[in-house]
Structures are given as structure tokens and as C-alpha cells.
Design a protein around this ligand. Structure first.
Ligand SMILES: CC(C)(COP(=O)(O)OP(=O)(O)OC[C@H]1O[C@@H](n2cnc3c(N)ncnc32)[C@H](O)[C@@H]1OP(=O)(O)O)[C@@H](O)C(=O)NCCC(=O)NCCS
Length: 294
């Protein structure tokens, strides 16, 4: 297959200067510990209703008053706030920025990759537990708390991804999560829905979760492994393995894997999972006899 590195693209200089100045203003406010609620209200009013910025609310029709109220995160509730175990102080600290991120994405600005990636990169350090360099999030990425999300260096999260960090999510360096994938870290008892287990989900360095795949709570996805399109990873994925299907099973080991990849022992081996033994020929091949990997 041909190698296609991403292109370098620029926007018009005038717009670029405006973006630089605007993002610097947001960053400076955050770094100076400024009022985040006011930052959110001012930013969203500027994006959605600049002509109403100085309007006396009572002079507007009720629908317009309601629309204007959405610019202020104090007038909004978000689903994670309803969760029993939410750390209210941590959530409230982040809520105006969470709302700013979500509303930016819903605005005409949200689809602008050049601006959007930089906007989200500006907010991320103030939202997440940790974020490394070159973080890249495309539009309509959602997360639950933010404060339970750890992100390594050079992580890319594509469109419409859900990062449910309720029980904690750790993304290692170089992790890539493709469009419409879901990473969960909480689950419900099958009898009593109120019985919630929060389980940290870990994607180690170099993991790729591909289109529409789902990783369930508590899974440990090993280094440089890959979860195929539409797969559901219900338990651990071994380093360097390619897991596909529902439930996701290994169909191959990546051809560039080191020898130990064939001997990786699962963190929590399933009953029917053989202990790591000598590598089988099929484990290195195309998996066509069904004995490869898991
Ligand atoms: C995971 C993936 C890369 C596997 O590719 P591959 O290593 O070339 O695997 P193969 O195509 O040789 O398939 C091996 C077997 O797994 C099956 N398989 C492959 N992908 C599957 C998937 N997503 N779901 C279910 N089965 C799948 C194949 O049908 C084949 O089964 P068979 O041996 O019974 O014929 C690929 O199928 C995939 O899901 N790609 C997603 C797109 C992508 O690359 N996204 C990255 C964006 S950053």
C-alpha cells in the first residue's frame, strides 16, 4: 500500500492572525486563573449571538432569551453531573470549558480543522487530568468528566468519538482513535442498573482503535495492538495483536511485532484462554485455521 503522509495546509493570513490572537486571549485567561464561567459566556455569545451581546434579555422574545441563556454554562446541565460519584468540585471547575468545547463544535466554527484542533488543544490542559504534546481532536469528540482522562503525546482522536472517562481512561503515546469509536470505563449490573462499576480502561502506547469500534470498561489494550472496524473489545487485547469482531478476537499478530508478542500473557486470562506457550505457526500467519491468537 502507498504511504500517504498528511499534507501541510495554511489558511488566509488575515484569518490566521485573528485565530492566533483569539486563542492567545483564551489561553492567557485560563493561565491567569480568570473566571471560566465568564470566559465561556463571552466566547459563546461572540460565536452565536454577537449582535445580542449588549441586549437587555427581557427585551427579547422568550425563545431568543432561552437561546441566549445557553451561552452561559450556569444555565445548563450535562449528563455526567447526574452521576452519583461525580466529584462536584472538579466537575464544576471544568464545566464551563466542557460546555465551551461542545458548543464550539456545534457552531459554524466547529468543522474548521485548522482552528478546531488548536482551540481544543488550548482547552485540553485545563480539562484533562493530563495531556501530552501534539494532542489532536477533531470535531464532536465527547468525554464525561475530563478530570479522569489521561492523554499521552501525539494522540489523535477523530470525529464523533466518545471517551467515557467515568472510571478513568489512559491513552498512551501515539494512540489513534478513529471516527465513531467508543471507549468506556463504566458498566452496569445486568439486574440492577443502579449498580455501576467504574473500571479504568487503558490503551497503551501505539494502540489504534479503528472505525466504529467499542472498547468496554476495564479493558487493557496492549501496546501497538489494533482493534478492527466495528469490533467490540470485551476484555484485554494483547500487545501487537489485531483483534476483530464481536467479541473481539485476535486474527493476527502484526508482522513487525517482536518475538515476545507471541508470548504475551493476558492480564486476566479467560477460562478458555491458553497460557502463553511456544508460538504457533498460525499465530504468525493469516489466522485462517482459527487457532491464531485468542
Ligand atoms: C483490522 C484490520 C486492519 C485487519 O486487516 P488485515 O490485518 O488486513 O486482516 P485481513 O483483512 O487479512 O482479515 C483477517 C480476517 O479477519 C476478518 N476481518 C478483518 N477485519 C475485520 C473486522 N473489522 N471485523 C470482522 N472481521 C474482520 C477478515 O474477514 C479475515 O477473516 P477470514 O480469515 O475468515 O477471511 C481491518 O480489517 C480493519 O478493521 N480496518 C479498519 C480500517 C482501518 O485501517 N482503520 C484505521 C484508521 S486509523
Amino acid at each position: 500500500m502507498p504511504i500517504y503522509p498528511l499534507k501541510q495546509l495554511d489558511v488566509a493570513p488575515d484569518a490566521s492572525a485573528v485565530y492566533d490572537e483569539w486563542l492567545a486571549e483564551i489561553r492567557e485567561t485560563l493561565e491567569a486563573g480568570g473566571d471560566r464561567w465568564e470566559l465561556c459566556r463571552r466566547t459563546l455569545t461572540g460565536i452565536f449571538h454577537p449582535h445580542l451581546a449588549d441586549a437587555g434579555p427581557r427585551s427579547l422574545p422568550l425563545a431568543a432569551q432561552a437561546a441566549l441563556a445557553q451561552m452561559d454554562a450556569r444555565n445548563v446541565t450535562l449528563e455526567p453531573e447526574y452521576y452519583a460519584e461525580v466529584d462536584v468540585a472538579k466537575f464544576q471547575e471544568r464545566k464551563p470549558l466542557l460546555w465551551m468545547w461542545q458548543m464550539f463544535d456545534r457552531s459554524p466554527l466547529g468543522g474548521n480543522v485548522h482552528l478546531g484542533v488548536r482551540f481544543r488543544r488550548t482547552l485540553a490542559p485545563f480539562l484533562f487530568k493530563r495531556v501530552g504534546r501534539n494532542f489532536k481532536a477533531f470535531h464532536f469528540v465527547e468525554f464525561s468528566y475530563g478530570y479522569n482522562l489521561e492523554v499521552g503525546d501525539d494522540v489523535v482522536v477523530h470525529r464523533n468519538v466518545l471517551l467515557d472517562d467515568r472510571g478513568g481512561i489512559e491513552l498512551g503515546d501515539g494512540v489513534s482513535i478513529s471516527d465513531y469509536a467508543n471507549i468506556y470505563s463504566h458498566t452496569h449490573d445486568i439486574v440492577d442498573q443502579r449498580d455501576v462499576s467504574n473500571l479504568k480502561t487503558v490503551l497503551e502506547d501505539g494502540v489504534r482503535i479503528t472505525y466504529h469500534a467499542t472498547v468496554l470498561a476495564g479493558s487493557h489494550v496492549g501496546r501497538n495492538s489494533m482493534v478492527g472496524a466495528m469490533a467490540v473489545a470485551t476484555r484485554d487485547v494483547r500487545a501487537w495483536h489485531v483483534n476483530v469482531g464481536i467479541p473481539a478476537k485476535s486474527v493476527r499478530v502484526k508482522p513487525n511485532a517482536p518475538p515476545e508478542a507471541y508470548k504475551t500473557i493476558l492480564r486476566s486470562p479467560a477460562k478458555d484462554e491458553p497460557d502463553a506457550g511456544p508460538p504457533l505457526a498460525a499465530e504468525q500467519g493469516d489466522g485462517s485455521d482459527g487457532t491464531a491468537g485468542e
